[in-house]
Write a protein that binds this ligand. Structure first.
Ligand SMILES: Cc1ncc(C[n+]2csc(CCOP(=O)(O)OP(=O)(O)O)c2C)c(N)n1
Ligand SMILES: [Mg+2]
Length: 545
């Protein structure tokens, strides 16, 4: 006989979960008690948005569902951002939420919410487990649903009395995700298209990549000299040192690369949804029939033909596709096309001068040479433009960045990354606005001894929105200025290492001290507000530039 809470935790363990993220609540005391002796590391956070973002990052890093436990009502509301990111980013995630006792349901009891309605459009599947004896069945379905096809978030609501009842039922067996693989005819059709192509270009993105898939694909691309861009915030899908890597196809895309996507006669999209940001607002490819011949490879059948009609839609995960096309060879009649794409990228990665004493591009270049193996995380803001443009990713997985554009993601993602990969450097870039949406998680990093390194790019404003203001309403600045704390003192208050850096020359020594600190560290980088993007200044924008 087992109580519901213990039965639930036993299922998490048997499905392979070794790490979970929570903010505790009295609504799920039985689950907490089930965790007391479980072989599972529990990371207690300071805000449910962070717990959910950590679980999302865990899902990105491992391909297995991140587990997040939160209390009903307010806890669930705080966690919603992580569910949204998991949905947009196709990340496996399971949010376990407390629920009022079935005896009180529908009275609007304390913190009562109908989670099916609340999370309906945010999650891949929402259920409430009404019967203790069905915990093994429904938890197994949650894992399978989160991981299969196009991965995504699942929400399970757990009524209090259901968790405390005792039942004698057997465990489920460990889940197996369904991963579609391409048919032999698909691979042959792709060969035919490549044999007729003159300017092929690959776009790599989406979820469910693996290190082996990235390697297999690199072999295919390099042998056939096919240039490849990375979809928005999927820059770790191909080693950026590969001669085939041509840059990122996201916000602030290299105009030369955008032109190249337009001029390609064959687009091989492996994994991405081809969403709004990757397509520059559905302009790089016209919906529904792009002028480029499109091969669209995706593990979710519903995504194929959702916006774009491919000449060859292939239902397959990126890993399965990569393995299948690894040996495929065609005569590359486009060597110059590939070389030019690479040359454009290398040129694009040379930072030009920016206003102020601190050159953020130069700092990123220094950092990427010093810790090339790092996992790099960020939330949302213009600061991320420097990271996406100047960093070089090598191994999969090493980028954690929300395609949902959620601020506050970087610090929690870094905490999760350090917990999963304790031997790798984990570096977070955050804006001053972005950082203070989850900076309290420095406490979590301290508590769980996870020495992450956070760079706060301090320009005293919500820069992205100020940029849009200057473009649309020049000179009419409202709601975008920020008065900040002393970030070094803030970090020190948590017991973390903290420094404020104002000039490029101070950066290398500050970095060494932070790396040597042996504990979480924060280095605030003072960016001149004029330096609004790597390409332009605030005044130029205001003047219509
Ligand atoms: C949770 C959330 N709230 C608001 C926004 C809208 N938003 C996008 S970028 C941005 C400003 C980011 O400011 P900061 O972190 O300081 O970075 P900066 O642009 O100044 O580099 C805002 C408010 C968002 N994307 N996510
Ligand atoms: Mg800012």
């Amino acid at each position: 006989m087992r109580r519901g809470g213990k039965l639930l935790v036993d299922q998490l363990v048997l499905h392979g979960t070794e790490l979970a993220f929570c903010v505790p609540g009295e609504s799920y005391l039985d689950v907490l008690d089930g965790l007391y002796e479980a072989p599972l590391r529990l990371i207690t956070c300071r805000h449910e948005s962070a717990a959910a973002n950590m679980a999302e990052a865990y899902g990105k890093l491992t391909g297995r569902p991140g587990i997040c436990l939160v209390t009903r009502g307010p806890g669930a509301a705080h966690a919603a951002v992580g569910v949204h990111t998991a949905f947009q980013d196709s990340t496996p995630l399971i949010l376990l939420v407390g629920q009022v006792s079935s005896a009180q349901e529908e009275r609007e009891a304390f913190q009562e919410v109908d989670y099916r309605r609340m999370f309906g459009p945010l999650a891949k599947w929402v259920a409430q487990i009404e019967r203790t004896d069905r915990i093994p069945e429904l938890v197994a379905r949650a894992y399978a649903t989160a991981c299969s096809g196009r991965p995504g978030p699942v929400v399970l609501a757990l009524p209090e009395d259901m968790l405390s009842r005792e039942v004698g039922v057997p465990d489920a067996r460990p889940f197996r995700a369904v991963r579609p693989a391409p048919a032999a005819a698909d691979v042959e059709a792709l060969r035919g298209l490549l044999e007729r192509a003159e300017r092929p270009l690959a776009i790599l993105g989406g979820a469910s990549w693996t290190a082996a898939a990235s390697e297999a694909l690199r072999e295919f691309l390099e042998a056939n000299e096919i240039p490849a861009g990375a979809a928005f915030r999927r820059q770790d899908t191909l080693d950026n040192d590969s001669p085939c890597y041509a840059g990122d196809i996201g916000l602030g895309i290299n105009p030369a690369l955008a032109e190249r996507v337009g001029n390609a006669d064959l687009l091989l999209a492996i994994g991405p949804r081809l969403g709004e940001i990757t397509t520059s607002g559905y302009t790089l490819l016209d919906p529904p029939v792009p002028k480029q011949a499109l091969v669209h490879v995706h593990p979710g059948a519903e995504e194929l033909g959702r916006v774009y009609q491919a000449v060859l839609p292939i239902l397959a995960g990126p890993a399965e596709l990569a393995e299948a096309i690894r040996p495929l060879r065609v005569e590359p009649r486009w060597r110059e096309w590939r070389a030019a794409a690479r040359a454009d990228f290398e040129e694009w990665q040379r930072p030009g001068p920016i206003p102020g004493g601190l050159d953020l591009g130069a700092c990123v270049l220094h950092l990427r040479d010093r810790v090339p193996d790092a996992i790099v995380t960020n939330g949302a803001g213009n600061f991320a433009g420097w990271v996406h443009r100047f960093w070089r990713w090598h191994d999969y997985p090493s980028q954690l960045a929300p395609t949902s554009g959620a601020m506050g993601y970087g610090v929690p993602a870094a905490v999760a990354a350090k917990a999963v990969f304790p031997d790798r450097h984990v570096i977070c870039f955050a804006g001053d606005g972005d950082f203070l949406m989850s900076g309290q998680e420095l406490a979590t990093a301290m508590q769980h001894k996870l020495p992450i390194l956070v760079f706060v790019v301090d320009n005293g404003m919500y820069g992205t929105i100020r940029m849009h203001q200057e473009r649309r309403f020049p000179g009419r600045v409202v709601g975008t200025g920020l008065v900040n704390p002393d970030f070094a003192a803030y970090a020190a208050a948590f017991g973390a290492h903290g420094e404020n850096v104002e000039r490029t020359e101070e950066f290398p020594a500050a970095l060494e001290r932070a790396l040597a600190a042996g504990r979480p560290a924060l280095v605030a980088l003072r960016l001149d507000p004029e330096a609004i993007t790597p390409r332009t200044t605030l005044s130029a924008l205001a003047a219509g530039g």
